[in-house]
Design a protein. Structure first.
Length: 299
């Protein structure tokens, strides 16, 4: 009965937002003091974090550019479909256009192909041996083989061809780049958590008596945890800020490469990489701190 009464009374007590702001302010001051207490080690931690994040961001940004190159080259790849003599190109075109992943189909009549060939070569006056040809483009290089297999089932198709070796190599490059980026993310997370864990452990040891007093006074767990978690997040944030300097040079080099090959730069790629880098670094920094707290403070 008394517990219910206390709960009901507590619900009706208005929250003092100024008091909450003062608590946050004190926690911020405590975080700042913990960072200052770490001393010159902060420089080592932030520099190491920046190096790790720079490698991650460089791999991620390069992967986006390679993916763009692959898609642009893939859009230039097409499947050449050679029709039988009695086939109607318009009907076959309408049938193939219904297939998934097909973006465009162009028809090249056999008389046009024969006229172009005769201009390039000195040929005798014989009947046109060339078939009507359809040039089919797909939305993604990875779907070339799927569309190829579907078109192969059309009865009016005599033969087909496409640059399969080039498509396979492009797909392999994309797969390798994605794998490398994923491995770098795992390594970045492991190193970040380890570095933050060791640093926070040192801070905990330096504040051990103070923390014990706060626990004996009944201070809540989140009040004790908050400065450490924020310190880990700060290291991630500061490392990301420092990593942006070399990342800007990498972005400039990639832009020049895109201009050289006349391939458009991925839209908002740099902003996206920076957003992901900051998010992951702050998250890994906070998680590393929290894991250390759970291990050494049991709060």
């Amino acid at each position: 009965m008394n517990n219910n009464l206390k709960t009901n009374v507590k619900k009706h007590i208005p929250k003092d937002w100024l008091c909450e702001l003062r608590i946050l302010y004190r926690l911020g001051i405590q975080t700042f003091n913990d960072i200052r207490r770490t001393g010159w080690v902060n420089i080592v931690i932030i520099t190491t974090m920046a190096a790790i994040l720079m490698i991650f961001a460089a791999c991620f940004r390069t992967a986006l550019s390679i993916s763009t190159f692959s898609k642009e080259l893939g859009s230039a790849l097409e499947i050449s479909v050679y029709l039988k003599n009695n086939a109607d190109p318009a009907e076959v075109r309408n049938e193939i256009s219904k297939y998934e992943h097909v973006t465009s189909i162009s028809v090249k009549p056999k008389n046009v192909s024969w006229a172009e060939l005769k201009k390039e070569m000195n040929l005798p006056e014989i009947d046109n041996p060339l078939p009507d040809t359809l040039h089919v483009k797909v939305d993604n290089p990875e779907n070339l083989q799927l569309v190829f297999d579907n078109i192969k089932q059309v009865k009016a198709v005599e033969d087909m061809s496409y640059a399969r070796d080039l498509a396979d190599k492009m797909e392999l490059v994309n797969h390798v780049v994605r794998t490398i980026t994923f491995v770098v993310i795992l390594i970045m997370g492991l190193l970040t958590v380890t570095i933050i864990n060791n640093t926070i452990q040192l801070v905990i040891q330096s504040r051990k008596e103070e923390i014990e007093i706060m626990r004996l006074m009944g201070v809540s767990n989140w009040y004790i945890r908050y400065p450490f978690v924020m310190q880990g997040a700060f290291y991630g944030f500061a490392g990301s800020v420092l990593a942006m300097i070399p990342l800007s040079y990498i972005q400039s080099a990639l832009d020049n490469m895109h201009r050289f090959f006349m391939i458009p730069t991925p839209l908002y790629a740099q902003n996206f990489v920076i957003l992901v880098m900051f998010t992951m670094s702050i998250l890994f920094g906070a998680v590393g701190s929290f894991m250390c707290i759970k291990k050494h403070l049991q709060v």
